[in-house]
Design a protein around this ligand. Structure first.
Ligand code: MF3
Ligand code: CO
Ligand code: CO
Length: 251
């Protein structure tokens, strides 16, 4: 069952979305050579407490962190730890913020220091795929139109789309109906209606699409060791088209 949010609920989704975006930018600003992923998680924990919000990830199915930090060949669900961020690393950061009963979910991948052309191309393609997916999130379209748009951008750049993890509805809960795969056929899947709120989140690999989970039970890595990027926005389907909820005033 796909929930249609009332105007009052959408207001609350805007508030949690804005906070998630602000946290994202605050943590992104602290990503630098030498910082450990544990320090980034601790900073997010502190920031959330100061803003009267909490992590929607902490405790979710037993997840031990506040945010997810996935480096290089790690795709998603990396847990903060002793690992130091190094020059040239590709760092994917994912934030679920719960504020006054509603969740905002957003992710971004950043390149640390020295410009690696192949990493830059991967990140730019993931961002372009996200924007294409968002553009397809309009009333009358279907869930499959979103995935199709994402997939087309990846294919043109000869990158693969992770199929084992998908986007989703978001609202009172982190994960609601429907699933929003990053692949699909136009006109297939549930019809999009005003008041739906979706997390659209392409995960793109330089190599093959196959992934596996590390022994920690969480960290997802590419099977072939190739680099991976992840970006995500929470989007409301408006009567005229998509509204990105996870943006700050500046972006
Ligand atoms: N990556 C997921 C999403 O954006 C959420 C991670 S759940 C966690 O929907 F428990 F792993 F954090
Ligand atoms: Co997320
Ligand atoms: Co999500």
């Amino acid at each position: 069952m796909i929930k249609i949010k009332s105007p009052a609920e959408l207001e609350r989704m805007r508030a949690s979305g804005r906070l998630a975006a602000q946290l994202r930018e605050a943590v992104v600003a602290r990503v630098a050579p030498g910082v450990t992923t544990r320090e980034l998680d601790a900073y997010a924990r502190e920031w959330l407490a100061q803003h009267g919000a909490r992590s929607a990830f902490l405790g979710y199915r037993g997840y031990p962190g506040c945010i997810c930090i996935s480096v290089n060949d790690e795709v998603v669900h990396g847990i903060g730890g002793d690992r130091q961020v190094l020059m040239g690393d590709l760092v994917s950061l994912d934030f679920g913020v719960s504020y006054e009963g509603y969740v905002g979910d957003t992710a971004k991948t950043v390149l640390v220091g020295a410009l690696q052309p192949e990493s830059l191309h991967l990140v730019q393609t993931a961002e372009a795929a996200l924007q294409a997916g968002i553009a397809a999130a309009r009333p009358g379209n279907h869930v499959g139109d979103i995935g199709h748009a994402v997939e087309q951008v990846a294919r043109r750049a000869r990158m693969s789309v992770v199929r084992d993890f998908v986007g989703h509805g978001v609202g009172r809960h982190l994960h609601e109906d429907p699933q929003v795969p990053n692949y699909g056929r136009p006109g297939q899947g549930a019809r999009l209606r005003p008041g739906m709120t979706l997390a659209i989140e392409p995960m793109l690999n330089r190599g093959g699409a196959a992934v596996r989970v590390l022994a920690d039970g969480w960290t997802v890595v590419t099977r072939d060791g190739s680099l991976s990027a992840h970006c995500e926005h929470t989007v409301a389907i408006g009567p005229e088209g998509p509204e990105i909820l996870t943006c700050t005033a500046a972006n």
